[in-house]
Write a protein of this length. Structure first.
Length: 180
């Protein structure tokens, strides 16, 4: 009788162990999303050739090429940096008088899936208004971009001397008629 009880206990223990192992494997296979972090818009973005225009005071701008390695379009809705009291996403367009003017880009910058979005003098750029410190060639500026899903991407850009692209700002109270 003792041998039968020992065999029964061994079989029951093996059955319980096999059941627990099978249940653990099924739980992991059924919910792989719970273990892998969700992809964000920021996770597919990098920037190439980033730089900032040098300026003693007032306004400046950030440039480069935003690269989207993801399968979906990504929208930059805002940017921030400690060197500026106000940062806007800008486009440069021709106004009714035929002058090239910069203005805030409604809806932000859309970086196409698997594509790029150029930030260039005289075109789309990150506008820095109300500089809190002079930006001298050789300095570096750190930016934080925020995307439509609230994820963020941080990058650092060197400051360079540049004398072109002196468009006027066609905006609200903060910079009416100012040039960068």
């Amino acid at each position: 009788m003792n041998t039968t009880l020992t065999k029964s206990t061994a079989r029951l223990t093996a059955l319980v162990a096999a059941t627990l192992l099978a249940l653990t494997g099924c739980a992991a296979a059924e919910n792989p999303e719970e273990t892998a972090p969700a992809a964000t818009q920021a996770s597919s973005i990098t920037i190439d050739d980033a730089w900032v225009k040098s300026a003693e005071e007032g306004m400046s701008a950030g440039f480069g090429t935003l690269v989207n390695a993801g399968d979906d379009d990504v929208t930059v809705v805002s940017a921030a940096t400690e060197v500026s009291g106000m940062v806007e996403l800008h486009e440069t367009v021709e106004n009714e008088a035929g002058e090239m003017v910069m203005r805030q880009k409604e809806g932000g910058f859309v970086i196409p899936a698997g594509g790029t979005f150029a930030l260039e003098p005289g075109a789309n750029h990150i506008m820095l208004m109300g500089l809190t410190t002079p930006l001298k060639a050789g300095d570096e500026v750190t930016f934080t971009l925020t995307f439509s899903d609230d994820s963020t991407y941080e990058f650092t850009a060197p400051v360079k001397d540049y004398t072109g692209a002196n468009e006027n700002y066609e905006g609200g109270e903060s910079g009416e008629g100012m040039a960068h």
